[in-house]
Design a protein around this ligand. Structure first.
Ligand code: BTN
Length: 256
């Protein structure tokens, strides 16, 4: 079988050492003209950020990276790139560590039912409907994982992996990402959505979804064509479309 092209020219890797947040640094650089394909990685973050304003504890030994893209797409399509990023992380974990990744909506990557990676996408609108830039931040638990978290977590070390060179992982992530990105550009989101759904955690099962103002329960039916979660509430005829929230499969949290 022929090897897929490495895509190593599609991005330029920049090592930051210790920084506040690779996403914050990527945003600063995007605002001052950093080019599409700039990939920043850090050894440690002093103000790592998670989704929905949460902290991302960022000790040395784990993977912290943010990629700056300037895609020629509409702002509403930019959210699709977080799914592309999740697939890239999953492909990387499978190819390099033999893991069997699962995707938890919207953009978490799980191994053995535990969170191993999170993704934070931040973007700036351009003129009209387009995006000026998007920053895709990725944290992978390599050497350690937080214990005191709402959703159980794991790390590559916890899964028995040998020590990992983070610089090498950053290069491999860039390559994996641009393979998935090429497929998104050529074949569109439907293809990405299919691949994501094939390994979706909790699909067809009862889940609890925490929204901004309330928590609702129902069956996780799938994703719509834009990547929104479709939740069928008990007794409901049509699924509810959810665009922001945190999902907890009942199999993980029980009936608490
Ligand atoms: C989440 O699951 O809540 C998303 C976590 C995203 C963490 C990464 S680590 C690299 C990048 N820089 C940040 O400050 N956050 C993202």
């Amino acid at each position: 079988m022929t090897q897929a092209p490495s895509n190593s020219e599609a991005f330029s890797l920049i090592a930051l050492g210790r920084t506040d947040s690779t996403n914050a640094e990527a945003r600063r650089r995007a605002e001052t003209g950093a080019v599409h394909g700039t990939l920043l990685w850090a050894t440690e973050q002093t103000a790592g950020r998670g989704r929905r304003g949460r902290e991302w504890v960022s000790k040395p030994g784990n993977f912290y990276a943010s990629l700056i893209l300037r895609p020629a797409c509409e702002a509403r399509q930019a959210t699709q790139l977080a799914f592309v990023t999740a697939l890239a992380v999953g492909a990387l974990l499978e190819a390099r560590f033999g893991a069997d990744p699962r995707y938890k909506w919207p953009n978490d990557v799980l191994v053995d039912g535990r969170k191993i990676a999170g993704i934070l996408a931040e973007s700036m609108m351009g003129k009209g409907q387009g995006v000026e830039w998007i920053v895709l931040g990725v944290g992978i638990n390599v050497a350690s994982h937080p214990e005191d978290v709402e959703y159980p977590a794991t790390s590559l070390h916890g899964l028995g992996s040998k020590p990992v060179e983070i610089a090498e992982l950053a290069q491999a992530f860039g390559e994996a990402f641009f393979r998935c990105y090429d497929s998104w550009e050529k074949e569109g989101f439907a293809h990405v959505r299919e691949a994501w759904l094939c390994r979706a955690a909790g699909i067809g099962k009862p889940v609890r979804v925490r929204l901004e103002q309330e928590t609702i329960e129902g069956k996780f039916e799938g994703l719509d064509a834009e990547g929104a979660l479709l939740l069928l509430k008990e007794g409901g005829a049509d699924p509810v479309r959810i665009t922001t929230g945190d999902v907890f499969p009942m199999s993980v949290i029980g009936d608490s």
